[in-house]
Design a protein around this ligand. Structure first.
Ligand code: PMP
Ligand code: GLN
Length: 446
């Protein structure tokens, strides 16, 4: 049976006797195929059996197989399809600050339209150096210790490409932001997982130790943490730092929610003893300035680690959009009042949504950081997060994220749903009104 066409190829279902099942197989479609006789079996080293052609391999490439489409793309698509309120993908439904937009417009008008310096424009380096000094007492030299990338996503990808040899191992905490595992696999490296255990998302340091082997290259820490909202405590960070120092490991930290900490304070891993020169600190402009579509991120690290990141970055994107870097440089020079106002706004949204979710019947704790809340929905009679999210989109009119997408073994993440509260108050109120139709089994509809 023919299932789909991919360029010159079609997918068909064939019987696999060894597996005792139908399996999808890519097959040449002659009506599309132009180069059938270009290379003989001899040239390819293929002998015997059906004529072999190198283009007949399945797509996508093996190392990407199984990635599917990201849960964010999928949920936003379904939200649009069903007219659901999108509390799934983490982007604000309000605009970023005018002073930042004006700075980018001014840069465009001033003709700053050519390639930026590969490592980022000098203005953004200066702004980041000043910001890390002011906020955390961390000294990073503009020039050789800062790399500007196309979002934190690229910084993560370039970092993992830059430090990993095939079969090196990288320790990830699950649930993890989905690009980590994909980036590790694309580097030919191997992810190892340590589980953050609900409901407080704590972890066992012994489990981290058990995940380390002679092949371990790095531990990746995301604090504040997406999707749980956890902020790693000082003692948790110290335990991870101790292992990095003892085993001579690199620490990659993803701190894109550094300015959304409601309880305690954000502690950059690089501030801990022995960690400054073994940590690659990644963050992003998009979350902090509510302009996620600008895709500007950065990696702060010692010259040696920065050189590794850049070895990859120069061939991934080379440089990111020049006028937007000018806008971001202006944004990053904002004083503390900007961050205080941002935090106050998100704290109010968090408090509102958490209180309403609890009233509706979710088991929920206020997240210590980020703009996400993970809520336990099992009181509504569902056991499976994907089924619950489908019900929410199709019958309730609200889209959310099923966190099992962020686990190596999805079965571990079944009882929770992630809501994003980076939305206007009226959006949250409309979502709450719809969610109020949910009710525990035996108490009417839902
Ligand atoms: N890390 C985490 C934990 C995230 O939630 C996101 C999503 N913004 C990113 C990285 C990617 O950031 P950016 O949009 O700057 O690529
Ligand atoms: N970081 C955002 C989230 O967690 C989405 C990022 C994306 O769409 N790739 O929802």
């Amino acid at each position: 049976m023919r299932l789909a066409r991919h360029g010159k190829y079609a997918v068909e279902q064939v019987w696999d006797a060894a597996k005792g099942d139908q399996i999808p197989r890519f097959a040449r479609d002659d009506s599309f195929f132009c180069h059938s006789e270009e290379r003989s079996g001899e040239e390819t080293g293929h002998t015997g059996g059906a004529p072999y052609h190198p283009y007949m391999r399945p797509l996508p490439a093996r190392r990407l197989a199984g990635f599917g489409t990201t849960i964010f793309t999928e949920m936003t698509r379904l939200a649009a399809l069903h007219g659901a309120i999108n509390l799934a993908q983490g982007f604000p439904d309000f605009d970023g600050p005018d002073f930042v937009k004006e700075a980018a417009v001014a840069a465009i008008r001033a003709g700053r339209g050519q390639y930026a310096r590969m490592t980022g424009i000098p203005e953004i380096h200066d702004a980041l150096a000043a910001k890390y000094r002011r906020d955390y007492g961390l000294e990073y030299r503009a020039g050789d210790e800062i790399t500007v990338t196309s979002g934190a996503t690229e910084a993560i990808f370039a970092t993992i490409q830059g430090i990993s040899d095939p079969e090196d191992e990288i320790v990830l905490f699950e649930p993890y932001y989905d690009s980590y595992k994909a980036s590790v696999l694309m580097a030919g490296a191997v992810p190892r997982f340590v589980t953050l255990e609900a409901p407080d998302w704590s972890f066992d340091v012994a489990a981290v130790e058990r995940a380390l082997t002679v092949r371990t290259r790095a531990i990746l820490v995301n604090t504040p943490h997406n999707p749980t909202g956890k902020v790693f405590s000082q003692s948790e960070l110290e335990a991870i730092a101790r292992l990095c120092v003892e085993r001579d490991l690199i620490c990659i930290t993803d701190e894109v929610y550094e300015h959304m900490v409601y309880e305690g304070r954000h502690v950059p891993m690089a501030t801990l003893p022995g960690m400054r020169d073994r940590t690659i600190t990644i963050s992003s402009f998009g979350k902090t300035f509510s302009l996620t579509g600008w895709k500007i991120g950065w990696a702060m690290a010692s010259p040696e680690l920065s050189a590794a990141v850049r070895a990859a970055h120069q061939f991934i994107t080379f440089a990111t959009a020049t006028p937007l870097q000018h806008g971001a440089a202006c944004a990053l020079s904002a004083g503390p009042e900007y961050y205080e106002e941002l935090l106050a706004g998100y704290r109010a949204r968090r408090d509102y949504l958490v209180a309403e979710l609890a009233r509706i019947g979710f088991a929920v704790r206020p997240p210590a950081g980020t703009y996400y809340v993970c809520a336990d929905f099992r009181r509504f009679g569902f056991e499976d997060d994907v089924a619950f999210c489908r019900h929410l989109i199709e019958n309730v009119g609200v889209a959310a994220i099923p966190p099992s997408a962020f686990y190596d073994r999805p079965a571990k993440g079944l009882g929770y749903v992630r809501f994003a509260f980076c939305k206007e108050r009226r959006t949250l109120e409309a979502a709450v009104e719809r969610l109020s139709s949910l009710s525990p089994p035996g108490r009417g509809s839902g």
